[in-house]
Design a protein around this ligand. Structure first.
Ligand code: SF4
Length: 171
């Protein structure tokens, strides 16, 4: 790395460091995000570093996030552990979409299954180490903001992004 590039890095303006994470869901909110990038990427890439966005990048990092956007509900101990790790690495955490905000529709199985599960369903529970109940994000970690809707309401998501850009004085 040249001295010049070090100077350039040092002087580079701060960007909002963002991660997107998907748990149990249809990933429809993620698809909507990619649609929003059609319109917003040129502007957002000047202001936002997408540090974790597995749908679009192969190298992803969880450390040092300003904002973690989380879609999906939590249905296994592994997912619980990952969510706690995300929370520990993010200054702000936003639940995105109905699954993350309320658990549903992913948590619909909470109403349908009981102790008399048939053996096929029990096999899936054990095979994938599922929890008995599907949980919303706020059942496990502090949530700073929510973007409701199934899929997420696009205008509310943009509002949330802009509120953090303002908070960090980037717009
Ligand atoms: S909120 Fe709806 S669209 Fe978004 S991930 Fe859940 S089921 Fe899919």
């Amino acid at each position: 790395m040249s001295d010049q590039s070090l100077v350039e890095n040092h002087n580079a303006p701060k960007k909002l460091v963002v991660g997107w994470f998907s748990f149990t869901c249809c990933e429809g909110c993620l698809i909507l995000l990619t649609e929003l990038l059609n319109e917003n990427l040129d502007n957002w890439k000047k202001l936002i570093e997408f540090r974790h966005l597995k749908a679009l990048k192969t190298k992803n990092q969880i450390e040092g996030l300003d904002v973690a956007f989380v879609e999906g509900a939590i249905s296994s101990p592994d997912q619980e552990a990952e969510l706690l790790k995300i929370r520990a690495n993010a200054k702000h955490l936003v639940a995105v979409g109905s699954c993350a905000c309320t658990g549903r529709p992913s948590a619909t199985r909470n109403d349908l299954l009981n102790a008399e599960l048939n053996y096929k369903v029990l096999w899936y529970f054990k095979q994938f180490k599922y929890n008995d109940k599907v949980k919303k994000i706020a059942d496990l970690v502090k949530v700073d903001a929510q973007v409701p809707g199934c899929p997420m309401i696009a205008s509310e998501f943009i509002k949330a992004v802009e509120s953090y850009l303002k908070l960090y004085k980037l717009i």
